[in-house]
Each structure stands twice: as C-alpha cells, then as structure tokens.
Design a protein around this ligand. Structure first.
Ligand SMILES: [Fe+2]
Length: 266
C-alpha cells in the first residue's frame, strides 16, 4: 500500500487544487487503483465473527420498515431494540441487509494513520465501514452529512448519485451518477446531498471529519501530528529481549534412548 500522506491520499489531484477548487464546494471523483487493502472481506469476516464482543454494529432496515438496529444503543438501553444472537445477525446478512461499523479506525493501523494525516487539515474524524452483501441492499435515502467525507472503496462496485444542492435545501438536481470500484476515492463536502445504491456485494470506508474552527483558504491552519490529542497506534510487539537459553537435549529424540528418560544431570 502507498505511504499514507495527503499527497498520496488525494493522488492524482494536488493538495492545492483540492483545497482551492473542491473543499467545501463540490464533490470530487478520483478513479484510481489505490488503498484497496484498507478493509477487505477478510477483515469484515474477522470482525463479525467476534460478535457479540464487537464494540459497535448497525444494521440498516433490520425490520423491513427502515428501522436501524444499533448494537451499542441496544446494550445501553438508549433504544428499545431486540437482542439479536449471532445467528440472527447472520440471517439478516443473508437477507441482504447493509451493515455499518462505526468507529473502526483503531481496527487497522492504516486507518488511524489516515485520520492522523487528515487531522492536520481538518478537525477530529472517524472511520465508518459500509458493507452490503448484494444487489438492492437498502442504504440511507438522499442526505447531506455534517462532516467532510472521504469515501475509500475497497470491495465491489457502489453506485452513487451526487446532487447539486446542499443542506438545508432539498435534493433536486442530479449533478453526476457514477459507479465506483475498489481503489477509487470520492470526496463529498459537508452538506452536499448524495445517495447510494448497490448492485453487488461491496465495502466502502467513510473517513469523515469536522472542519477546524475558523478554517479558511486565507488563514489555513495545519496542525502537527504531535499536537493531535488522538491516541496513537502503539506497537505491541514484545520489547523485552529474550536471552536464548541453551536447550536441554531431549532424550526422547535420541535414536536409542536409555532409562531414565529424564536425565537429572543434564
Ligand atoms: Fe452520507
């Protein structure tokens, strides 16, 4: 995977052109073949098999009436939702429901690295993963978000409709309809209306950020990584040097072994 820095993240659009022409103004489709490994079917498989030990999970239209099932809100009693078993969740997946996994940035180092990089230019962000098992899996209706959105496509094709209008207007004028593939990036500025439909199994990651307070092209603030309060990614590899001890000869590996089997003198 390419190094994670803003030049590579926006490649082949330059950072200057991005902020001057697109940031806060209009969506940007970048067709390319990068960062496909950020979140794969294998990663999703591992995450889902952890159920019910997962931190968060949402299932869209779980009840066929546009209801959203939310694991943490069910757990803390914030919403009255059914307690679903792993089998129930798997059945909903087989029925074609779209799953959303919010706050996933600490699942993989690359996702935290992307947050650290974008947070030099934007406020605090997070990574949410959208996963659909097949065609016509229901997602959100046309809406505008309250954050700056970078959508990394990693598996399957996703069909997008981008509207001209920004919140609080209503979505009316279609600016672009586009099908994005693994390796493509879509930027959607805060508030711009958009909608997704699925025609095959797909995964995409929405990495989104608030804007820094008072951020503008005229007075552009860049925060250094060392000033970022976000928990860093620690390398949990063993750091205590293990002095290799001389191994005792294993008597049972000997061709002709004699009693006693465990020789105390060795
Ligand atoms: Fe959205």
């Amino acid at each position: 995977m390419d190094n994670i820095n803003i030049e590579n993240l926006l490649d082949p659009i330059s950072v200057k052109v991005f902020f001057k022409d697109y940031w806060g103004k209009k969506h940007l489709v970048i067709r390319r073949n990068k960062y496909k490994g950020l979140y794969t079917w294998s990663d999703f498989n591992t995450y889902m098999n952890r159920f019910p030990a997962n931190k968060s999970l949402q299932i869209l239209d779980y009840d066929g009436k546009d209801g959203k099932w939310c694991l943490d809100k069910m757990r803390n009693g914030q919403l009255k939702l059914p307690k679903l078993s792993k089998q129930d969740v798997f059945n909903l997946w087989k029925k074609g429901k779209t799953f959303v996994i919010p706050f996933l940035e600490y699942e993989k180092k690359e996702l935290v690295d992307i947050c650290f990089e974008f947070e030099k230019y934007f406020g605090r962000g997070q990574a949410n993963v959208y996963v659909s098992p097949g065609a016509n899996s229901k997602s959100y209706p046309a809406h505008g978000d309250s954050t700056e959105n970078f959508l990394f496509h990693t598996e399957g094709k996703t069909n997008w409709t981008l509207y001209k209008e920004f919140k609080p207007d209503q979505p009316k004028t279609v600016l672009e309809k586009v099908t994005l593939e693994p390796g493509d990036l879509l930027y959607i500025p805060k508030g711009q209306y958009h909608e997704v439909t699925t025609s095959e199994p797909r995964i995409l990651i929405s990495i989104h950020f608030a804007n820094k307070e008072g951020q503008s092209l005229e007075k552009f603030k860049i925060t250094s990584v060392s000033d970022n309060k976000r928990d860093k990614w620690y390398d949990w590899k063993p750091f205590i040097k293990n002095n290799k001890q001389a191994t005792t000869e294993r008597l049972m590996n000997k061709k002709n072994w004699s009693k006693p089997y465990f020789n105390q003198s060795k």
